[in-house]
Design a protein around this ligand. Structure first.
Ligand code: ADP
Length: 198
């Protein structure tokens, strides 16, 4: 089976961390829209300047910009082995856009992994990350706004994917290794893959 996954969860749930190890383990493309935007911001491209004006305030970058970026990225060669999208789709419009992009390719998602952590853990984790990584969008005020945006725009995605029978909710609390073991175990059983086949 070709792995075509989406990772969803509130800011600070550990999506980026888990996405990195999981994609290395499975040897599939790790596509993080947030990371792509951040590299454009660092290189001061036009896209970076535009994206920063939204990201720094905790708002979503406009859909047409993000959809086009993902469409391009999914057409690159390394996606042939499979992919994990981290941070996309992030609202219901993007769900439809992704459906359309995949339909053109005759493909469908195999699983949407929801990494869940309690709201009260989010702010603490992100304030800690702000010290370590120096991200412009990790101030307390912006973090609170990003959590609101998550609940209003992104959380409804899980209902859509649950109805399609492809939602897997994984508990994101605990140490990184612990969460990864849990994630891999639950993903395998969700996809019905035994250890021999992996
Ligand atoms: P986090 O999950 O901690 O919020 P990300 O790196 O996934 O971090 O995203 C950082 C920011 O990048 C978001 O707050 C948003 O402004 C922007 N962004 C990332 N993905 C998308 C997307 N799919 N649509 C619109 N904006 C996005």
């Amino acid at each position: 089976m070709k792995a075509r996954f989406v990772m969803v969860g509130p800011p600070g749930a550990g999506k980026g961390t888990q996405a990195k190890v999981l994609t290395e383990k499975l040897n599939i493309a790790n596509i993080s829209t947030g990371a792509i935007f951040r590299s454009h911001i660092a290189e001061q491209t036009e896209l970076g300047k535009l994206a920063a004006s939204y990201i720094d305030n905790g708002n979503l970058v406009p859909d047409e910009v993000t959809d086009a970026l993902v469409r391009d990225r999914l057409n690159q060669d390394d996606v042939e082995q499979g992919f994990l999208l981290d941070g996309y789709p992030r609202n219901l419009h993007q769900v439809e856009a992704l459906d359309a992009i995949l339909a053109e390719r005759g493909e469908k998602l195999n699983a949407v992994i929801e990494l869940s952590i309690p709201d009260e853990d989010i702010v603490g984790r992100l304030l800690y990350r702000a010290e370590v990584e120096d991200r412009a969008d990790d101030t307390e005020e912006v973090i609170r706004h990003r959590i609101d945006v998550y609940h209003s725009a992104t959380a409804p995605l899980t209902d859509v994917y649950r109805q399609r029978g492809i939602l897997l909710t994984v508990d994101g609390t605990g140490q990184i290794d612990e969460v990864l073991d849990r994630l891999v175990r639950e993903l395998k059983s969700f996809l019905n893959i035994s250890d021999e086949e992996q």
